[in-house]
Design a protein around this ligand. Structure first.
Ligand SMILES: Nc1nc2c(c(=O)[nH]1)N[C@H]1C(S)=C(S)[C@@H](COP(=O)(O)O)O[C@H]1N2
Ligand SMILES: [Mo]
Length: 422
């Protein structure tokens, strides 16, 4: 993936000679990949000499064939079966804040349910005046909202609790995605059913083979939850819960029930498997934190990173993502020396509530070894902690809610490694 520096200099010299100084502005970019000179100025490229595919050949568009390495990836030893497993978002290949639908990480407990939208039903029952069943068409006839939110699995970075382990932000941080959802505010459906005075909790359940279910307090259900059917404009992908999933902004991914089949209203939590045996955080003293719904502020430098090494010295762009489950990201700092000195990064693009933000920090890299870090701050004043600070409070038993500061060691060769600093 990464070329040694001396080889690169040689090919750069060759390029400059070949191009005879014609393309000075693109010299740096061209140096890394010389390509085929026959397709480059002043020659006429192959693709200019013939007609391309006509319209309609690509009825549903795909990325360029040259981008085929930009894919979700799995870690084979992580889980026993592919049905109960996870694939990771290639964060190092993306920019901006929106995750393309086909690259959103997947976490299923019993595989992807393939639901026929004609048979889709959402059932609302329990402590309500009038139990209701909605078809997909019913939901689409109700007033809808569009909201951009991140979803992060509570187990994201979970393998890193005891030390640096996986070499790539795709694996250390790739259980996060951020898309625009379209759907009906859950509040509206609950109001239609009519809540009894003792209605304090809801239980959301999926129609997949896991029938995954979670308890959510009524205050959150009435606040900003969405019964969503679209992602980035198109209908949800099967992987993401087609045709309907629950969106629970800022809260751990596990409660965002996919293939949403029913919502039961009750007066207390259900203590389901996913909130007792799983998704509770075992502390050093043997006690467990429960209902740790909110995802604290977190960030990661996506480039440079182990899968996106630096190819040359000079002007260098650090790029990364930050998010907070407690509101808007207010600021992101970047360090080049393992957290001794910090500088404010530049946030570019929209900043939404409980959504990813994109940050950049530009500098001149002279080839020296660096320890790259980023830390997010949210509008509530919360500052992303170091991993050591987090371990002091929470121990190392849990795999959940690891939002500690990530360190990437940048080598003189441009390669990047996942490390920890004391
Ligand atoms: N019905 C159902 N909903 C589910 C799951 C599941 O296995 N079944 N997995 C949950 C978990 S643990 C996470 S992190 C998110 C992942 O959402 P994604 O696959 O869209 O990334 O969905 C949640 N909703
Ligand atoms: Mo999860």
């Amino acid at each position: 993936m990464n070329e040694p520096t001396d080889k690169k200099c040689a090919s750069r010299r060759k390029f400059l000679v070949g191009a005879a100084g014609l393309a000075a502005a693109s010299a740096a970019g061209g140096a890394a990949r010389a390509g085929n000179p026959n397709n480059q100025p002043p020659n006429i490229a192959d693709w200019t000499k013939q007609l391309g595919d006509g319209v309609g050949v690509r009825a549903y568009g795909n990325p360029s064939k040259y981008e085929k390495t930009v894919v979700r990836r799995t870690v084979s030893w992580l889980t026993a079966t592919p049905e109960s497993s996870v694939s990771f978002t290639p964060l190092h290949e993306l920019d901006g804040i929106i995750t393309p639908n086909g690259l959103c990480f997947e976490r299923h407990h019993s595989g992807i349910a393939e639901i026929d939208p004609n048979d889709y039903r959402l059932m609302l029952h329990g402590l309500v005046d009038k139990p209701l069943i909605f078809t997909l068409e019913d939901l689409k006839r109700l007033p809808r909202v569009n909201r951009i939110h991140f979803l992060e699995c509570a187990a994201n970075s979970g393998m890193e609790w005891r030390g640096a382990q996986l070499n790539g932000c795709q694996y250390t941080h790739g259980m996060v995605h951020c898309v625009q959802y379209t759907g009906v505010p859950l509040k509206l459906l609950l109001e239609q059913a009519g809540l009894k005075t003792n209605a304090k909790w809801i239980m959301a359940e999926g129609g997949d083979a896991a029938a995954m279910n979670r308890s959510i307090p009524m205050s959150k259900a009435l606040d900003d939850c969405i019964v969503a059917y679209r992602s980035n404009g198109e209908m949800l992908r099967p992987e993401q819960g087609y045709p309907v999933r629950l969106v629970v902004p800022g809260w751990e991914g596990n409660v965002w029930i996919k293939w949403l089949r029913r919502i039961k209203i009750g007066d207390q939590p259900w203590y389901t498997r996913e909130e007792t045996a799983k998704y509770t955080d075992l502390l050093a003293n043997g006690k467990a934190r429960k209902f740790t719904y909110e995802m604290d502020a977190k960030s990661v430098i996506t480039s440079p990173s182990p899968q996106a090494p630096l190819k040359q010295k000079g002007f260098t762009i650090i790029s990364g993502l930050a998010w907070s489950g407690r509101g808007k990201v207010k600021r992101v700092d970047v360090s080049l020396d393992g957290g001794r000195n910090w500088r404010a990064a530049r946030i570019d693009g929209p900043v939404f509530d409980k959504a990813c933000v994109r940050f950049y920090s530009e500098f001149d890299w002279n080839g020296e070894e660096l320890l790259l870090q980023s830390r997010a701050m949210d509008e509530g004043g919360y500052v992303q902690p170091s991993k050591d600070a987090l371990r002091k409070i929470r121990g190392v038993n849990s795999i959940y809610h690891n939002n500690g500061i990530q360190t990437w060691a940048l080598k003189a060769s441009g390669e990047v490694e996942n490390v920890e600093v004391g």
